[in-house]
Design a protein around this ligand. Sequence first.
Ligand code: IMP
Ligand code: MG
Length: 171
Amino acid sequence: MADKELVITREEIVRRVKELGAEISRDYENNRFLVVGILNGAFMFTADLVREIKCDIEIDFIRVASYGMDTTAGTLRFTKDIELEIQGKDILIVEDIVDSGRTMMYLANSFAERGAHSIRFCVLIDKKERREVDLCPDYIGFEVPGGFLVGYGLDCREQFRHLPDIYHLQE
Ligand code: IMP
Ligand code: MG
């Protein structure tokens, strides 16, 4: 098994998720909006975050995959699309990690084309230095320079998702 180094503890995650929930609740005031969690990576983060949001929300999930082998390969497609109506809605997309930003760009375009009234992104982890597109998440849990992270929903070939803390996986 690969070595891993603890980088974000469960306690830090709980504290930050509470802050994000409070900030989001303030920004949307009492407006209804639709939370869209990205499977599988953001399942835990989404579940924790929505419990800190004090607004009327709807919740749905999507799943995207890239055609290539690479985690950040070019062409993306939905392997599970949204089932609730998008048209005219304020949408908050909840993502685990933003790396190149290509997934975020694909989703922003896709939801805009389908008539979303507004689209914002809440990401647990931003690998800002690796960004390849001109798009910045609206809410960021933690900024990290790089490296491969696992735990709290994040996997490496489907391993480590269940861990309550976040680790840096050593090569
Ligand atoms: P992007 O399109 O390059 O921004 O890639 C974002 C996606 O790559 C995320 O949704 C994750 O699924 C995956 N990813 C990027 N970095 C990591 C990581 O460190 N651990 C686990 N998954 C990652
Ligand atoms: Mg993901």
